[in-house]
Design a protein. Structure first.
Length: 357
């Protein structure tokens, strides 16, 4: 039988009733008398103890643990959470041809996030690409192309205003939810010396990686293929990893995988568009359409995987959760992936999406 934590008034009443039952002549029902004050004070302390016991009961096991309690599990099992990473990339700087922009020059965005140039650069007279690194770890350092930056300290013959060409790669410290998933996966599927689950857990240990899959014998007998996504880090590209991400995951896996594998591949999933048509939607409003898109994205987040068929029943159920008592007609057949490496996507970059003809 589960333990039900009583509320404070219940604990107070229980304390007063115990006094009346076991202390002859005691009357804790009179407001503000000494016995009543002492009784309620004692009940307050007992209630705090009960709350702490409930807190310990919640955090003692990793499936519901939070904060430092969850971190203890992570440090015991695999060395702790994934640390935040620093964004880096290139910016476009203009100025007089031949002017030196020194290494470690500081530029800042309008929200005071600072970036530092990596090396001395002589300007070409046109827009010159300069490599920079963010000085603050985390996703806050990622910037869209064309975003403005300004030199914090003026440099003679260099325009103070610059623009982002590409700055990405910044990932926040692993969240409790993501860390809990890895802890539970480690407990449920302990290391087996290099089986399919081990490759998944090794890939998930790399900062920025949020989902991973492994395919034993994916390229023939004795081979292993690892595919992964960086949903937050590469959100602007449907989570698809860059060449640098692929290299980082491969480099880490090379430090932990068995040496006896015949051949080993780290590749990105191939996005396969889902063309979904929704007709006769009963409540066809912008907010409903946004809710449907969010529901379908969540469906793919939970169910999509390389080679995984996306069934029309899944899509219909996700839309029905949004529509409720309303109605709609769905034009969508089961989407069979073109190969074991293809993965369903709604992203525009994959040519997919939702249409309301």
């Amino acid at each position: 039988m589960p333990f039900a934590l009583p509320d404070l008034p219940t604990v107070r009443r229980t304390n007063r009733d115990n006094l009346a039952a076991f202390l002859k002549g005691a009357d804790a029902s009179v407001p503000n008398n000494a016995l009543r004050v002492l009784s309620d004070q004692n009940a307050g302390g007992a209630f705090l103890n009960l709350k702490y016991l409930a807190y310990i009961a919640k955090n003692a096991l990793p499936d519901k643990a939070e904060g430092d309690w969850l971190l203890r599990w992570a440090y015991i099992l695999f060395g702790g959470p994934k640390a935040a990473t620093f964004a880096s990339g290139t910016i476009a700087v203009t100025g007089v041809k031949g002017t030196l922009l020194p290494a470690e020059s500081i530029l800042a965005t309008s929200d005071s996030v600072e970036y530092q140039t990596k090396a001395d650069v002589y300007l070409s007279g046109l827009a010159t690409e300069v490599a920079v690194a963010c000085l603050t770890a985390g996703a806050i350092g990622n910037r869209d192309a064309g975003a403005p930056l300004s030199l914090s300290v003026a440099v003679s013959n260099v325009n103070a205003d610059a623009k982002v060409v590409r700055i990405d790669g910044g990932a926040d410290t692993e969240s409790d939810d993501d860390l809990r998933t890895r802890v539970l996966l480690r407990l449920r599927r302990p290391p087996q010396g290099g089986d399919a689950d081990d490759y998944v857990q090794w890939a998930l240990a790399v900062p920025g990686v949020t989902r991973a899959w492994s395919s034993p014998n994916g390229m023939g007998i004795g081979t292993v293929v690892v595919r992964f996504l960086c949903d937050a880090l590469r959100a602007g590209n449907a989570g698809l990893p860059t060449d640098a991400d692929l290299a980082a995951v491969r480099a880490y896996l090379d430090t932990v995988r068995p040496v006896c594998v015949k051949d080993f591949f780290v590749v990105a999933p191939i996005p396969q568009r889902l063309a979904i048509k929704i007709r006769n939607l009963s409540d066809d409003t912008p907010s409903t359409r946004l809710a449907i898109e969010a529901a379908l994205q969540m469906l793919l987040l939970e169910r999509a995987a390389p080679g995984q068929t996306i069934y029309a029943a899944w899509v219909s159920a996700a839309i029905s959760e949004v529509v409720g008592d309303g109605y709609f007609d769905l034009d969508f057949a089961d989407a069979v992936m073109a190969s074991p490496g293809h993965m369903a996507s709604l992203a525009a970059s994959a040519g997919g999406g939702i249409a309301y003809p």
